[in-house]
Each structure stands twice: as structure tokens, then as C-alpha cells.
Design a protein around this ligand. Structure first.
Ligand code: HEC
Length: 96
């Protein structure tokens, strides 16, 4: 009986850790999204990016806009962080 209990416990522990591993990619927000959501939703939502008459027409324009918007958003990001946000917005909304 003791042996069966041990096997059951091992199995339960194993499946629990597998579940955690499987959940990881879904729960983990990207660096870009985390930074964006922390600083960029004070004045507009992401609907601004997808509205019909949105003004961003290229990746370069988007990159410049993110740099402009960083100032009022008080986002003090380094180049890597800024690029992560540009990439997050581009991939998820403008699809440049
Ligand atoms: C102080 C207010 C404010 C904050 C904070 C802010 N923005 Fe903006 N943003 C604006 C305004 C105003 C516009 C122009 C909206 C319009 O044309 O209706 C704009 C427009 C944009 C656009 C262009 C939308 C389009 O027309 O395609 C992008 C992209 C953008 N913001 C990104 C950001 C990012 C990234 C951040 C965070 C770093 C941010 N914004 C934070 C005020 C802000």
C-alpha cells in the first residue's frame, strides 16, 4: 500500500509540474506588452491603434510616435525596451 501511495504522490507531483510548464507561455506577457500596459494606457487605449483613421502608416512612423509618446507617459526606456514596445504594438495591432 505504501508503494502505491508513493507512486500516486509522484504521479500527482509530476502532472502538477507539467501543468505549470504548459501554462507558462500563455500567462507570460512579453516585455513589450508589460512596459506598454504599465505606461501607455493613461491617455488612450489600444483602440487608438486599430481605429479606422489611425495615423501610423509605417514601422518608422510608429517608432517615432512611440519615442514622442514616451515623454508624456514618463516612460524612461532604453533602446531595447523601446524597441520591444514598438514590436509589441506593430505585431499585435498595425501588423507592419
Ligand atoms: C499624455 C497622453 C499620452 C500618453 C501617456 C501616451 N500617448 Fe500615445 N497618443 C496621445 C495622443 C493625444 C495621440 C493622438 C491621438 C489621436 O490622434 O487621436 C496619441 C497617439 C498614439 C499613437 C498613434 C495612433 C494612430 O493614430 O495610429 C501611438 C502608436 C501611440 N500614441 C503610442 C503611445 C505609446 C507607445 C505610449 C506609451 C509610451 C503612449 N502612446 C502614451 C497621447 C498619449
Amino acid at each position: 500500500m505504501k508503494f502505491v501511495k508513493k507512486i500516486t504522490t509522484t504521479f500527482l507531483l509530476l502532472s502538477a509540474s507539467l501543468t505549470i510548464l504548459a501554462d507558462e507561455p500563455i500567462k507570460k506577457a512579453t516585455l513589450g506588452q508589460t512596459l506598454h500596459d504599465g505606461k501607455c494606457l493613461a491617455c488612450h487605449t489600444t483602440d487608438t491603434y486599430t481605429r479606422e483613421d489611425h495615423t501610423m502608416k509605417s514601422l518608422e512612423a510608429l517608432s517615432a510616435r512611440v519615442t514622442q509618446c514616451m515623454n508624456p507617459a514618463k516612460a524612461e526606456w532604453n533602446d531595447k525596451e523601446r524597441k520591444a514596445v514598438v514590436s509589441y504594438i506593430s505585431k499585435n495591432f498595425y501588423k507592419f
